[in-house]
Design a protein around this ligand. Structure first.
Ligand code: KIV
Ligand code: NA
Length: 265
């Protein structure tokens, strides 16, 4: 694939090719992620935690999401860029949801938006889709509703919530969403959902029976080393590497080792 589109993702699912997705929030990181051949870059509202240090995703604003998205889009040559609609930018009414989505598309140049929820936000999704803006759904653990859930534990373990999740996924497919994220649900349920719809299901903590995977880039790089959920595989230990680099630099400055004669003009 030259440039990844929403259609290439649906084709990948049809062809049995798994989809690799990561978050990015800034130009330098997005350039590396795009260059490494990651199919989808999510400008997640996890920026609220990872970039801004908030405890939840609720505080991040639409303006701040657009700033992150704009920086990411400047770095991209191949990946599809999906941007989270932040909490409060789409729940009140469908018109506001559409206005928020339009701002993201116009001001950042991103390719699609993602929002959390099923039936509750149906009218907002419909409105955005009717304007020609691709929508990715997000079901299971939806962090913008953390104060309703009360915990970040696995969702849809019980029959009733599992049934709602299945019907929400079907609804998103039928409405015309191009993909759906499933966060922290039992692997068996996620597999069942993935097999029941033709649009790709991208999992995070949803097992191997889905059509692709997504991780928060700072988590998989080992920068957020105090965050240790079972689903997280670490591909680097940047917390240790970066700490070593900073300590070595500090020592070199203090000891007058840096700069050397060769490192000056
Ligand atoms: O904001 C985010 O990073 C996300 C992913 C975890 C799916 O929504
Ligand atoms: Na998110």
């Amino acid at each position: 694939y030259k440039r990844i589109t929403t259609k290439s993702l649906v084709d990948m699912k049809a062809n049995g090719e798994k989809i690799a997705m990561l978050t990015a929030y800034d130009y330098s990181m997005a350039k590396i992620v795009d260059g490494a051949g990651i199919d989808v870059i999510l400008v997640g509202d996890s920026a609220s935690n990872v970039m801004a240090g908030h405890e939840t995703t609720l505080p991040i604003t639409l303006d701040q999401m657009i700033y992150h998205a704009t920086s990411v889009v400047r770095a991209i040559t191949r990946s599809l860029v999906v941007v989270d609609l932040p909490f409060g930018s789409y729940q009140s009414d469908p018109k506001e949801a559409l206005r928020s989505a339009i701002r993201i598309m116009k001001e950042s140049g991103a390719h699609a938006v993602k929002l959390e929820g099923g039936k509750e936000v149906k009218d907002s999704i419909k409105r955005i889709l009717h304007a020609g803006i691709p929508v990715m759904g997000h079901l299971g653990l939806t962090p913008q509703s953390i104060y309703k859930f009360g915990t970040y534990t696995v969702r849809a373990r019980e029959e009733q919530e599992a049934e709602k999740l299945k019907s929400d996924a079907k609804m998103l497919e039928k409405m015309g969403c191009f993909a759906v994220v499933l966060e922290k649900v039992p692997a068996e349920l996620a597999k069942e959902v993935a097999e029941s719809i033709s649009i790709p299901v991208i999992g995070i903590g949803a097992g191997k029976g889905v059509d692709g995977q997504v991780l928060v880039v700072h988590d998989m790089l080992g920068m957020t080393h105090e965050f240790n959920p079972r689903f997280l595989r670490r591909y680097a230990d940047l917390h240790t590497e970066m700490t070593k680099a900073f300590e070595n630099y500090r020592d070199d400055v203090k000891s007058r080792d840096f700069p050397s004669d060769k490192e000056q003009y």
